[in-house]
Design a protein around this ligand. Structure first.
Ligand code: ING
Length: 323
């Protein structure tokens, strides 16, 4: 019997500072109902789906940002989403800012099965941006100030398959998909909030959509897994966020993509058994991978140019200087 799961990528348009959680949850419920109508088993919401992307601002005291975090999940304002999902028999993935009882802050996502139970929680591993206020920027990207890093990538048995989660910047690092792939992941769910403008290198602004597709599609293909990338999109407090939410097949092909930068649901039915077409041939990890030559990947953080290469380049440069 083929294992299929009908997935809704529920892109969420801009959330402004004045928008309350209840207003946002109402929008999420509309998308959830649309997904149920379309026969979805699972609806995937973006990163930090309940508030505006608050790391775009500096606050002197972290406590001033407490209002952007959830101290319980579900809480009073998110319970209606859980209730409606259970009533509809649709599971969902939700990204939000987590403040734990002992004061730890994470960029978190959860996986909720069709009976309303939380079957998985993930805390973002790769935190992009900067730690300190950098007034030269048009807007900040202070995830390294507002969040602690998570401690790894897990998979969960849900919706009839092996499901993993990652968040936003994680999708740019091949290690993310490989660690999930080495656990047999068949479906990776990845919410994102990606500003179009990248202050350290504005030449990349025009490439945001291309890079988004590049990393989602390569991650899917190189690990034989379905990948669902879902944006919080549009102009939030004057900051344009990328849309282009997509559902990617293990072949790397785009099966569905959004056309707007607002609230928009796109749907595709994923045949999880399609993963085997890649995991058992080209990307048969156990047969073809060579961990014994990959040691640098787990022992080095930054690049190290071998001394003999540095010497050869210096010698060549000296020769050029003398000629
Ligand atoms: N956002 C961005 C991302 O990785 C970023 C960070 C912004 C990277 C712009 C490059 C350009 O998509 C988050 N939230 O990680």
């Amino acid at each position: 019997m083929t294992r299929t799961i009908t997935i809704g990528a529920a892109q969420v348009g801009p959330i402004q500072l004045a928008d309350t959680r209840s207003m946002v949850v109402e929008r999420l419920i509309v998308l959830l109902r649309e997904g149920a109508e379309a026969g979805c088993d699972l609806v995937v919401f973006p990163e930090l789906t309940l508030t505006t992307f608050f790391p775009r601002w500096w606050v002197d005291d972290l406590a001033e940002a407490d209002r952007f975090y959830e101290t319980e999940m579900p809480g009073p304002e998110t319970q209606p989403l859980f209730d409606e999902a259970r009533r509809l028999g649709v599971g969902f993935h939700l990204g939000y800012a987590e403040l734990t009882p002992d004061g730890h802050r994470y960029n978190t996502a959860i996986l909720v099965e069709r009976d309303g139970t939380i079957v998985g929680r993930y805390r973002k591993v790769h935190l992009p941006g900067h730690e300190d206020h950098e007034p030269w920027r048009a807007f900040q990207h202070l995830e390294r100030y507002y969040f602690e890093a998570g401690d790894g990538f897990d998979v969960h048995g849900a919706f009839g398959g092996v499901v993993g989660m990652a968040i936003c910047n994680d999708r740019r690092w091949p290690e993310t998909y490989r660690v999930l792939g080495l656990q047999g992941c068949e479906l990776a769910l990845i919410g994102y909030n990606t500003p179009i403008h990248y202050a350290p290198d504005p030449d990349q602004d025009r490439l945001q959509g291309f890079h988004n597709g590049l990393v989602l599609q390569s991650g899917a293909y190189q690990n034989g897994m379905w990948v669902v990338g879902v944006a919080k999109a549009g102009c939030e407090e004057g900051c344009d966020l990328l849309g282009e939410s997509a559902i990617i097949a293990p072949s790397g092909e785009v099966r569905a993509v959004t056309a707007t930068v607002g609230d928009e649901l796109v749907v595709a039915t994923a045949d999880l058994d399609l993963c085997a077409n890649f995991k058992e041939t080209l990307f048969d990890f156990d047969r073809y991978r060579r961990p014994e030559v990959y040691e640098r990947i787990t022992t080095q953080r930054g690049p190290e140019v071998p001394a003999h290469v540095q010497a050869a380049l210096a010698a060549a440069e000296n020769r050029e200087d003398r000629s």
